[in-house]
Design a protein around this ligand. Structure first.
Ligand SMILES: [Zn+2]
Length: 511
């Protein structure tokens, strides 16, 4: 269903989009270890399906440029990044304290090439954001979407938070960015990072109640300036396509209307599919992909990312089908022969039937959740505006890699994209912050006189306020145990006359 569209960047039919797809042929070789449910091989399986369905020819395919230390440090603490860079399976027994401090070792193991893996998946998401900043309609990075990583802590199989990094990049060009998360787990790392800003709205649909990571209560709505800019949709086991869309469409439709984002990031975690090894939802691939279809219908620059997904044959099915949705192509249910064909027996079809498991989400419960969240959204009468300021330069973009063995379409050097001189980036990254990042200890605000200057120029030019995280002490030592419930860790914005009244806490929706 194509609804909600407004201006169409790629033609009035709303069907075709300029899609760019990021893939590194090495990504499938990273291995979390025996028995670990997270398998980067699923990204390679997805790519093989895309190739054999003929979808690669319909998009620009790019190998991501690895994110550098300083790119990762835009969100992560310097000492955490240095730790990730230095740790190896052979040296880890000498660094037990650091492993514990950074929560690395169990769910998030040390494995060969760990840092390159982080650089690769983060590079794809940031590269996608840069492309959206310069005219692509949709960018895809199935290796990204690792939403649990914190500023100085690994969590839930995630080491660096490529989503936060991509959103920071998008904020250089767009006043407001929407983050939507359909992984079965709460998108805690992204929510936490932007909990106190009104420039990023986060919306997470997830299983809630005795389930990792434990956050994502419907009553968690943001803090300070960010109040009402975090939305949480707590769900129970067995949710099916119809129940899911009975929340997703009205809530996201309202979010698009009131928040009016300049760009959208959709985390497409596939562990919300029926039959996932770690999940307990009952979505079909079409039901999951309906979220992509709906998001795409608004014709707002869209970054599609991966995430969880532990029954890997279904992950590959899902992300292949969703790439087709991004392209506006409906692909055949009958699967083409390819190198991983044997994974898909006995039917060798793209789609698989959901199960007959009980849907524990009653109609009444769904109605209560929907009205509560729509009520919160009604508090946002106007999309917030931001001050104008010089726009920081882009993160570095990948160039054509002649060595890549895939016969993919390569980065077009004649494109109108400007590739910034990396020498200039340090300066750009040290400009004053204009949003406060939760769990970042030091947030320097633009000083008063600068604000006055900007008032004079407001609206004069098409530049959005520069975004950066300035962390004079960018280490983890004093913040590693911060929780989002601690107001002391949150930069409290001065109350303004237009501030919305406090929302009374709702009663528990769940027994
Ligand atoms: Zn997940």
């Amino acid at each position: 269903m194509e609804t909600g569209g407004n201006s169409l960047p790629s033609g009035p039919d709303g069907l075709k989009r300029r899609v760019i797809y990021f893939y590194d042929p090495e990504v499938g070789n990273y291995y979390y270890g025996q028995g670990h449910p997270m398998k980067p091989h699923r990204i390679r399986m997805t790519h093989a399906l895309l190739a054999h369905y003929g979808l690669l020819q319909q998009m620009q395919v790019m190998k991501p440029l690895p994110a550098r230390d300083k790119d990762l440090s835009r969100f992560h603490a310097d000492d955490y990044v240095a730790f990730l860079r230095g740790i190896t399976p052979d040296t880890q027994q000498d660094q037990l304290r650091a492993l514990k401090r950074f929560n690395v070792g169990e769910d998030c193991p040390v494995f060969d090439g760990l840092y390159s893996f982080c650089q690769t998946y983060a590079g794809g998401s940031v590269g996608g954001a840069v492309k959206l900043n310069h005219g692509s309609d949709i960018a895809v990075n199935w290796a990204g979407g690792l939403h649990h990583a914190k500023k100085c802590e690994a969590s839930g199989f995630c080491y660096v938070n490529d989503i936060v990094l991509a959103i920071l990049e998008l904020l250089k060009h767009y006043e407001r960015v929407l983050y939507v998360d359909i992984d079965i787990h709460h998108g805690d790392g992204v929510e936490e990072a932007f909990y106190t800003t009104d420039r990023v709205m986060t919306v997470s649909f997830h299983k809630f109640g005795d389930y990792f990571p434990g956050t994502g209560d419907i009553r968690d709505i943001g803090y300070g300036k960010g109040k009402y800019y975090s939305l949480n949709v707590p769900l129970d086991d067995g949710i099916d396509d119809e129940s899911y869309q009975s929340l997703f469409k009205p809530i996201i439709g309202k979010v698009m209307e009131v928040f009016r984002p300049g760009a959208v990031v959709l985390q497409c975690g596939a562990d919300s599919l029926s039959g996932d090894r770690l999940g307990c939802f009952n979505l079909s691939i079409k039901g999951h992909a309906e979220c992509v279809r709906f998001m795409r219908s608004f014709n707002v620059p869209l970054l599609l990312l991966g995430g969880g997904g532990y029954t890997i044959r279904n992950v590959a099915r899902c992300w292949c089908y969703e790439t087709g949705v991004a392209l506006g192509v409906e692909i055949d249910d009958k699967m083409p022969h390819h190198e991983y064909y044997e994974y898909f027996g006995p039917d060798y079809t793209l789609h698989v039937a959901p199960s007959n498991m009980e849907n524990k989400n009653s109609r009444q419960l769904l109605d209560e959740i929907r009205s509560k969240l729509l009520d919160n959204l009604s508090k946002l009468r106007h999309a917030p505006s931001v001050q104008f300021q010089e726009r920081p330069p882009d993160a570095e973009l990948p160039e054509a890699d002649e060595d890549q063995d895939d016969a993919d379409e390569r980065w077009d050097p004649d494109s109108d994209m400007d590739i910034d001189n990396p020498k200039h980036q340090d300066e750009a990254f040290r400009k004053p912050v204009s949003i406060s990042i939760q769990n970042t200890r030091i947030k320097r605000e633009i000083i008063e006189s600068e604000l006055k200057d900007q008032e004079d120029h407001k609206g004069a030019i098409e530049h959005v306020k520069g975004i950066d995280m300035v962390t004079e002490d960018n280490s983890c030592l004093k913040v590693s145990d911060m929780s989002i419930e601690e107001p002391a860790t949150v930069k409290v914005e001065p109350e303004s006359s237009t501030k919305l009244p406090d929302q009374p806490l709702p009663g528990q929706l769940k027994s």
